[in-house]
Design a protein around this ligand. Structure first.
Ligand code: CP
Ligand code: NVA
Length: 307
């Protein structure tokens, strides 16, 4: 049996494959907006394994699979044997004999990779400590909807060099754009952990005001990611000058857009006037999780559909 295709990091897909997914996203989204049913995944089952909390990822995968004609099953560590030490390799064998595609949200990237190695079906990374590829799929699609091609553009990342940041950096290599990163000292990008081929597509700025200057897109994320809660107090102190506020958006320029993967903490990483202001596209960004992931599941299960 041929090994299935997985989506564990953004760079698992070529630029050309990602562009195919975006073209399908557009088609699937348009059809959905016209209330026209599209059920190419009739009778297929998605299993979603959550070891961390979620609103958007669960909702978009569950609703998305239903809208494509299939079914989705939610498993959490709390109420499955995964939480009682069943080896990930065994779970992968069993789940992939009963279901057609799997999405996992967990801690170390190694867990998703071990699962995928033992699965007979496609596996999607729904967020790990290192990466969040489904988020950046939606973010780049959203950028294209608002501003056209992202090639050659400048994205400013303000805050923690976390899973979402790492995935932006991978995307910069795939699509050929630049990321200006500003983190507090001690939280800088680790290129190897980010899975980068080099350092050509990003630049680090000690002062966030320098990072946003002239940016086409300004984006940030929580100061403390899931799994790092023990560092919460120290991070609140370390990150206090890394809030995206109106002054920063003015520095970026009148056409800059603002994104945040959500959930957001107004008054911490972003000021309310920015996330609720005219530059913000966060609701389109959240909605596009649904449409891009439907196209992703279609591609992983059916290959290139051209309708
Ligand atoms: N952005 C995102 O992945 O949100 P959830 O944690 O709610 O799934
Ligand atoms: N960096 C955040 C993203 C949440 C969607 C986290 O990992 O908690």
């Amino acid at each position: 049996m041929a090994a299935p295709k997985h989506f564990l990091q953004l760079k698992d897909f070529s630029r050309e494959e990602l562009e195919h997914v975006f073209a399908r996203t557009r088609w699937i989204k348009d059809k959905f907006k016209r209330y026209e049913p599209y059920h190419p995944l009739f009778d297929r089952t998605l299993v979603m394994i959550f070891e961390k909390q979620s609103t958007r990822t669960r909702l978009s995968f569950e609703a998305g699979m239903h809208q494509l004609g299939g079914a989705a099953i939610f498993l959490s560590t709390r109420d499955s044997q995964l939480g009682r030490g069943e080896p990930v390799e065994d779970a992968a064998q069993v789940i992939s004999r009963m279901c057609d595609i799997v999405m996992i949200r967990t801690f170390e990237q190694g867990i998703v990779e071990r699962f995928a190695r033992h699965a007979r079906v496609p596996v999607i990374n729904g967020l790990t400590n290192e990466y969040h590829p489904c988020q950046i799929l939606a973010d780049i699609y959203t950028f294209i909807e608002h501003r056209g091609s992202i090639e050659g553009k400048t994205v400013a990342w303000i805050g923690d060099s976390n899973n979402v940041c790492n995935t932006w950096l991978q995307a910069a290599e795939v699509f050929g754009f630049n990321v200006h990163v500003s983190t507090p000292p001690g939280y800088e990008v680790e290129p190897e952990r980010a899975g980068l081929y080099g350092t050509d597509h990003y630049e680090e700025f000690p002062d966030p005001m320098d990072a946003v200057r002239g940016a086409d897109l300004v984006t940030t994320d929580v100061w403390t990611s899931m799994g790092f809660e023990a560092e919460n107090e120290a991070r609140r102190r370390d990150f206090e000058d890394w809030q995206v506020d109106a002054e920063m958006m003015r520095q970026a320029g009148p056409d800059a857009i603002f994104m945040h993967c959500l959930p957001a903490h107004r008054g911490e990483e972003v000021a309310a006037e920015v996330i609720d202001g005219p530059h913000s596209v966060v609701w389109d960004e959240a909605e596009n999780r649904l449409h891009t992931q439907k196209a992703l599941m279609e591609y992983l299960l059916l290959g290139r559909v051209n309708s």
